[in-house]
Design a protein around this ligand. Structure first.
Ligand code: ADP
Ligand code: MG
Length: 236
């Protein structure tokens, strides 16, 4: 399988007054099409920074990011916005749903930037919400849903446009352990069905059973990479 994501000498430094914070030191990594990769590390090790750089949400201080051969590190605002719409779905720990919108509207919003008519958007949103088990919660607002249900809505939003890559930053960080496994089964099942690449950030070793490879981050560096011999799911 070919490399979909290539990271060369990636570095990210934040400046806070006089202080320099090296969030990522020098990251080199390739991720294959259809791979499920887990980024594991303690708090502050650089996991979110790395994910945000790959998703085009932040710019590296130095280094290169190629996705599907496109140089993400060189893109201007307009190009990076278009790249994100086409390639990236994102699942957040805190769900990031819009509180005033229903589940259906939140998911349909994920499609507004693609030239799809409203009625079709709603149809697609309804279909995927049914797939994630929320067919009877379409008109509920986020506050009227449990944490696990809210995360299902945000997963539906991330997947509805069939992006090539889904990034998830501690997607189960706010959930209990039973819901965690249900949500992980859901995310990996949907990604497998549509041949998507999945990069999941976590500090929970339990979650790594779903990944083909586990990348351990420590102080902005890759400490080691493990191949998962006993993956829960299919090999690529
Ligand atoms: P993780 O997700 O592994 O907990 P992060 O990538 O969020 O780690 O952060 C890595 C390091 O960079 C931490 O020391 C953090 O404090 C710092 N950092 C992250 N974002 C910023 C920012 N916007 N400004 C300054 N420092 C930041
Ligand atoms: Mg983080």
């Amino acid at each position: 399988m070919e490399d979909l994501i290539i990271l060369n000498n990636l570095r990210k430094v934040y400046r806070m007054g006089d202080e320099k914070i090296i969030a990522l030191n020098d990251i080199n990594l390739s991720i294959k099409r259809k791979e499920f990769l887990c980024l594991l590390g303690t708090s502050g090790s650089g996991k979110s920074t790395l994910l945000n750089l790959m998703a085009g949400l932040e710019k590296p201080t130095r280094g290169e990011i190629f996705i599907d051969k496109l140089p993400v590190h060189k893109m201007n605002e307009r190009e990076v916005t278009r790249f994100r719409q086409k390639y990236v779905g994102f699942v957040f720990q805190s769900f990031n749903l819009i509180p005033t919108l229903s589940a259906l509207e939140n998911v349909a919003l994920g499609l507004t930037f693609q030239r799809i008519p409203k009625s079709k958007r709603e149809k697609m949103a309804k279909k995927i919400l049914t797939e994630v088990g929320l067919g009877n919660r379409l008109h509920h607002k986020p506050s009227e849903l449990s944490g696990g249900q809210q995360q299902r809505v945000s997963i539906a939003r991330a997947f509805v446009g069939k992006p090539k890559i889904v990034f998830a930053d501690e997607p189960t960080g706010n959930l209990d352990s039973k819901t965690t496994m249900e949500i992980m089964d859901l995310i990996t099942g949907m990604a497998r069905e549509s041949d998507q690449t999945l990069v999941i950030v976590t500090h929970d070793i339990e979650i790594s059973v779903y990944a083909h490879r586990i990348v351990y981050l420590r102080d902005g560096n890759i400490e080691k990479i493990e191949e998962n011999q006993n993956i829960k799911g299919e090999a690529i």
